[in-house]
Design a protein around this ligand. Structure first.
Ligand code: ZN
Length: 310
């Protein structure tokens, strides 16, 4: 069993409208935009990052907003829900806030003893807030949400799968422990993780396969400290039969990717070098940052990328 993984690093999803996406995460959920850049493989599309003050691993929700992209359909073989941690007692505040903003799909539930509030993003993205006592991670303090109710970061994700055994075995190899079952749900936890350390697997043997589109999670990334730890994890995954990519420089972290037996795209990302690599922490996310290989496109991209007003 590996001990290099520290919990989630980031979750990356797709959206149909950059402005709407930015308003939802900064204006409504109160996260900080920590980077405004473009998709490495499709530089005509933004890559927007939202998180805490510095974009700590385990807090970073990222989006590729493809203009007018058709909505995805929830199903098996995907991350079906991204869960954020909020302080105990904060759900009444959030219910009113989200309701007032016209957010769809708001519903209370309880899972493994945790009080939760489910809701949908602008493209039908599945989200939940979970009340967590004593989460030490500071919510972003300069956003519109009071810090005593603010989002600490991720709690974890839920995956919908036809069968959960193979993914549970993979997660156990990665350092997760199974801590509970409730009907078709299996909960795995990374003990001693960064707070974003819960993975719930939901078994849905009869459900159709997910179709990817706006509102779908593209991939989920797990955190490791540095490149040395990443190499160790990569070696263990290869030995376990996973088809893992070489290490790729993503400017703000180093990444490797592989698909789970059920087709979910996993990434392992390093803490180093972080989002302050190319701009001061005081001004994270303000200017358009371009990867070096796309720097020559700046004049055109500044014309063609949709305007985002804060
Ligand atoms: Zn990623």
């Amino acid at each position: 069993m590996l001990n290099q993984i520290k919990g989630l690093h980031h979750v990356t999803s797709m959206a149909s409208d950059a402005q709407q996406n930015n308003a939802f995460f900064t204006g409504l959920l109160g996260l900080r935009r920590v980077k405004k850049t473009v998709n490495f493989d499709a530089p005509d599309v933004y890559h927007l990052y939202y998180g805490d003050e510095t974009g700590s691993a385990g807090t970073i929700m990222t989006y590729f907003p493809f203009p007018n992209m058709a909505k995805g359909h929830r199903g098996t073989g995907e991350v079906s829900e991204t869960v954020f941690a909020v302080p105990e007692g904060a759900l009444d505040f959030w219910r009113e806030r989200l309701d007032h903003a016209g957010v769809h799909g708001i519903a209370r539930d309880e899972r493994f003893g945790e009080k939760r509030l489910r809701f949908l993003g602008p493209d039908g993205d599945g989200f939940a807030l979970a009340e967590v006592a004593g989460d030490p991670r500071a919510p972003f303090a300069r956003g519109p949400v009071p810090a005593d109710t603010g989002i600490h970061g991720f709690r974890g994700v839920t995956m919908q799968l036809r069968d959960t055994d193979a993914t549970a075995a993979l997660l156990k190899l990665m350092g997760y422990e199974e801590v509970g079952r409730d009907g078709d749900l299996t909960r795995l936890v990374l003990k001693g993780g960064n707070g974003a350390d819960i993975i719930d697997l939901e078994r849905r043997p009869e459900a159709p396969k997910a179709r990817e589109g706006a509102g779908s999670v593209h991939h989920v990334a797990f955190a490791v400290e540095d490149r040395a730890a990443q190499v160790q994890v990569r070696k263990a995954l290869l030995e376990a039969g996973a088809h893992v990519t070489p290490v790729i420089d993503r400017d703000y972290f180093w990444a490797i990717y592989f698909r789970t037996p059920d087709g979910v795209l996993f990434e392992i990302a390093t803490h180093e070098p972080g989002f302050a690599r190319d701009e001061d922490v005081a001004h994270l996310g303000e200017a358009l940052k371009l990867p070096e290989q796309h720097a020559h496109l700046r004049a055109r991209l500044e014309q063609t990328l949709p305007a985002i007003t804060d």
